[in-house]
Design a binder for this molecule. Structure first.
Ligand code: AMP
Length: 947
């Protein structure tokens, strides 16, 4: 490009006046697809002295304008090409318009597509899809133009043919959104797949009959259930029957690509249908559930449309294990649970790319648009710690959420799927009443996932033939929609008619398919032909070693001193060239001294040694959460950072040449999705110690759904064991309302029937044994740990190597000061957590000798027997006090006092249990430092005096 020519160009022709917009558009086309414009223009643009880094691809319009204006102003640019060569003929100009039209269809064709089987969807008029918008007219339709990058298989076509092909490809029953993808390879791949068959491949007869069979099964099951159990809630699939062939195709295709496991997540709508028609659940088992029969020996069970299921099916690539995740009513929360389960399976199979285990998640349109966890799930999709090589998302888009269907009420985005654009996922909107179009986008979606290992979305536009559930009358709120639905034949009826018209089968054949399916149901037989009757058990984890154990199951958590020291040495070793930061270096030196017994051991050391010893014994560990590498309070330093080049070194990954995996990932700033992910991981893999650490304990508030609906209740509802550990920093240290409390009371209120363990360890040895116990006991129960903050460095919160080697986790720590003789003790203070050290300090300062301080280190299951043993040695008690830092309405007081009273009732029936702690408070902690200090000192004093 030479300046003079540019100047000439500017002054004389293209960049000036009316042509400005024309060249600008041409340039825009060039940016998205250089091959779409004539060669001489391409050469010309290739040489433009555009500012470095700008514009590249998919740049906003404004940026392009700016660039051209700059060029115009600069006037110093040089143009190589002669002006004459740039003056285009009228035909050339039109050719460019045609290429722009093609591009517009790719960008906006979906907005005109016939996606809604009801024909009610509000669509914006898209002027850009009209010829005249591009300066083309009807008179041009017979003119032959080059097709540019269009994948229609020919180089030239008339404008009429081009437009017809584009309409069929982009504006018929498939609406593909993919031009938001920046990666050119992906975009070209998608264009090729869509345009080469105009989004409507011709399927063989067998394939079409199979489609009809699957639709008949989908419809047949709902009809059957409706007549056998009229009015019973089942959240039927009627109106969305195409889902069944869709999911079938995904499974078969994934299997043919070598997948060995598929984990499926879905909400309640259509679930019974998927269970029976896809996973091969025996219809008889379902009928039993309709009749209210008990499924679990233990536990309280769940409604039928929340049930999970596992089976194996045969595919072209071999046997595939299917697992449908159990789901609570919070619609979208199962998504990250599925991702975690998939990651656990991939890790088990050492599948680092996501070839062998594939997630399929079905969503409702309203929830997909509404619930934030969807965004959090997309955000994890390509991260190191949570990526699974892409998920196939399906929206069962019945265009109404319970009773809300007006777009202006339901969302602010055009489509319910817009959130998926944040990860540049291709989105295929498809009319559910065109089963072949559904099949096509399903194939493209699975192929895309398989090729690019990224998320992809199928938006299955359908409807809900009935109300929200079978007991609901929908026309009260959606009168017009239901007028249309009532007169609309079912998807299967429409497709059968189409096949009959196309001469693929006769009406009788179609009826026969229906009858055969009904007979299977009548006989209570399996209806999935590909179901493997004797599944290969190697394909999934055997949980039997973990079943049926009590929390009191014993195990040895100590380990020989020699091994401890050998592993300890590895903990402070790093490559010679590695330069740790100064404070970290000091921590490593201290760890070295601790290993040698030259220094008492602290929290960080004990915790790291718990991991080292578990790894040494063959257990895998996965530790995630915000800032886990270093630890929020800088105590862990499990990941060391080289000050020279920023590289990292994880000593726990270098214990031996061959060792179990130690995965440690700082998480992105999510609580809900990441905790759900770890729940999914832990419920899939009983062998790995899975730990999620909150930055501050109260951050777990953002994941309350996961705690309520999975962690604390999953075993009871669904018989799914879970050994997940939550480390929740907790303690009243004057940091104000938000960073003081991990909301102990909530966990205790959720605790029943030995569903979880709630521990508050106060010494390094305790955290060592607690973590080891979590793995070494055969029991798999969630462990909620109120972990410390200031105690991490407290001079009294120390242990010895011997306590690690020979000790065990103490549910109750009795008085440890020999000077407090039981015969002199008149008062016992019971407490948990950091306040113990405040009480100890007070007792020492005041020289008190008649008060014992007992630590309850496990608040649930409450160790009544152990406490009884400790209390019974004090024969002269006048008072027992429960001391807590939390306000009275929080902490352990309300939820645990009945356990304490039960024990005192046995050991000292006449002694009263007193309370010393903060008074009830709406906020967890005071925001003002001096208020905190006054409160703290009062509750500590009260513990020694309250009567
Ligand atoms: P899945 O691989 O999830 O399909 O699980 C296969 C089988 O393992 C299930 O059918 C259950 O019997 C059992 N199982 C899976 N997860 C758990 C769990 N968390 N607790 C107990 N049993 C489980």
């Amino acid at each position: 490009m030479h300046e003079s020519t540019m100047e000439q160009l500017w002054q004389t022709s293209h960049l000036a006046g009316g042509n400005f917009a024309y060249v600008e558009q041409l340039y825009e086309t060039y940016l998205t697809d250089p091959n779409a414009i004539p060669e001489e223009w391409r050469n010309y643009f290739d040489k433009l002295p555009i500012d470095q880094g700008l514009p590249s691809q998919d740049v906003p319009h404004s940026v392009i304008r700016e660039q051209f204006l700059k060029l115009a102003k600069r006037r110093s640019a040089v143009v190589e090409a002669s002006p004459a060569s740039l003056v285009s003929t009228e035909h050339e100009r039109k050719q460019v318009k045609v290429l722009q039209l093609i591009n517009t269809y790719r960008f906006r064709g979906h907005q005109k597509a016939k996606l809604d089987p009801l024909g009610l969807m509000e669509r914006e008029y898209v002027a850009d899809l009209e010829l005249d918008y591009h300066g083309l007219t009807k008179a041009d339709v017979d003119t032959v133009f080059q097709t540019g990058s269009l994948c229609f298989g020919v180089e030239t076509m008339t404008l009429g043919e081009i437009q017809k092909g584009l309409e069929y490809t982009y504006c018929d029953t498939v609406g593909a959104e993919y031009m938001h993808i920046v990666n050119t390879d992906e975009k070209r791949w998608l264009q090729q797949r869509l345009e080469s068959v105009r989004s409507h491949p011709v399927y063989e007869k067998e394939r079409r009959i199979h489609l009809l069979e699957r639709l008949t099964a989908a419809e047949g099951l709902e009809k059957y259930l409706s007549s056998r159990y009229p009015g019973t809630k089942r959240f039927g699939l009627e109106g969305g029957e195409s889902l069944i062939p869709l999911v079938d195709e995904l499974i078969q295709r994934a299997g043919s690509y070598g997948a060995k496991e598929i984990v499926i997540g879905m909400a309640h709508r259509g679930r019974l249908n998927v269970l029976v028609n896809t996973l091969g659940k025996n219809p008889k088992a379902l009928f039993d559930e309709f009749e209210g029969k008990r499924l679990l020996d233990d536990g309280s069970g769940d409604v039928k449309y929340h049930q999970g299921f596992s089976s194996n099916v045969m595919t072209a690539g071999g046997e595939v294990h299917l697992a449908l995740a159990f789901n609570p009513s919070h619609l979208e929360i199962v998504s990250p649970v599925v991702e975690g389960s998939v990651r656990a399976r991939q890790d088990r199979r050492e599948d680092n790319v996501g070839d062998m285990v594939v997630p399929i998640i079905m969503h409702g349109d309203a929830a997909f648009a509404g619930q934030g966890v969807v965004m959090e799930t997309f955000q994890m999709s390509q991260t190191r710690g949570y990526g699974v090589g892409g998920t196939v998302h399906i929206i069962i888009n019945n265009q109404v959420g319970f009773t809300t269907s007006r777009r202006e009420d339901a969302r602010s985005t055009e489509y319910c799927t817009d959130v998926a654009k944040m990860v540049q996922a291709p989105i295929f909107h498809v009319n559910g009443d065109d089963p072949e179009a559904v099949l096509f986008v399903t194939q493209v979606a699975m192929d895309y996932r398989n090729t690019f290992k990224k998320d992809v979305v199928i938006d299955l536009l359908c409807y809900r033939r009935r109300g929200h559930n079978e007991a609901d009358e929908p026309s009260a709120t959606q009168p017009l929609m239901y007028q249309v639905i009532r007169s609309l034949p079912t998807t299967k009826t429409l497709y059968a008619k189409r096949l009959v018209e196309d001469g693929v089968l006769s009406e009788e054949d179609a009826k026969k398919i229906e009858d055969e399916y009904r007979d299977l149901l009548d006989n209570g037989s399996h209806v999935v032909k590909s179901l493997v009757k004797e599944p290969n058990k190697e394909m999934f984890v055997d949980w039997t070693p973990y079943l049926g154990h009590k929390w009191t199951a014993k195990c040895k958590t100590g380990i020989s001193l020699k091994t401890l020291q050998r592993l300890g040495k590895k903990m402070d070793t790093f490559p010679e060239s590695f330069v740790p930061q100064r404070q970290v270096s000091k921590i490593m030196d201290d760890r070295n001294k601790m290993t040698q017994g030259a220094m008492p051991i602290n929290w960080g050391y004990a915790e790291v040694m718990a991991y080292a010893t578990l790894l040494h014994e063959g257990n895998e560990i996965r530790l995630t959460g915000q800032d886990v590498g270093r630890g929020t309070f800088s105590h862990r330093h499990a990941v060391l950072h080289n000050q020279k080049d920023g590289s990292t070194y994880v000593p726990l990954q270098h214990l031996a040449d061959e060792q179990p995996v130690f995965d440690i990932y700082d998480s992105y700033l999510s609580e809900e999705a990441v905790l759900a992910f770890e729940y999914g991981y832990a419920t899939t893999n009983p062998k790995t110690l899975v730990i999620w650490e909150a930055q501050f304990g109260d951050f777990a508030n953002g994941a309350q759904v996961v705690i309520d609906q999975f962690i604390t209740s999953g075993e009871h509802k669904w018989g799914r064991l879970c050994g997940l550990t939550l480390l929740l920093p907790h303690g009243y240290e004057g940091q104000g309302p938000e960073h003081s409390s991990a909301r102990l009371e909530r966990f205790l209120q959720l605790a029943a029937e030995h569903n979880i363990q709630v521990c508050v360890p106060t010494t390094p040895a305790q955290v060592f044994h607690m973590l080891r116990r979590q793995v070494k006991r055969p029991l798999r129960k969630p462990l909620v740990c109120m972990s410390p903050k200031s105690l991490l460095r407290h001079k009294e919160a120390i242990s010895t190597l011997e306590e690690l080697a020979d000790g065990h986790f103490q549910t109750v720590i009795p008085e440890v000061d020999d000077a407090i003789e039981p015969k002199n003790v008149r008062r016992v203070i019971m407490c948990s957590g950091k306040v113990y050290y405040d009480l100890l300090d007070k007792r020492r300062t005041d020289g008190i000798t008649d008060t014992a301080i007992i630590r309850i280190e496990q608040l649930y299951p409450f160790p009544e027997d152990d406490l009884e043993e400790v209390l019974s040695q004090y024969k002269k008690l006048d008072a027992v006090v429960w001391c807590q830092e939390e306000p009275m309405n929080q902490g352990a007081w309300y939820c645990s006092q009945h356990h304490m009273r039960a024990v005192i009732g046995k050991t000292h029936p006449k002694v009263y249990l007193h309370y010393s702690g903060r008074p009830g408070s709406a906020s967890p902690a005071a925001g003002y430092g001096h208020v905190h200090a006054e409160e703290q000192s009062k509750l500590v004093n009260d513990a020694f005096t309250v009567e």
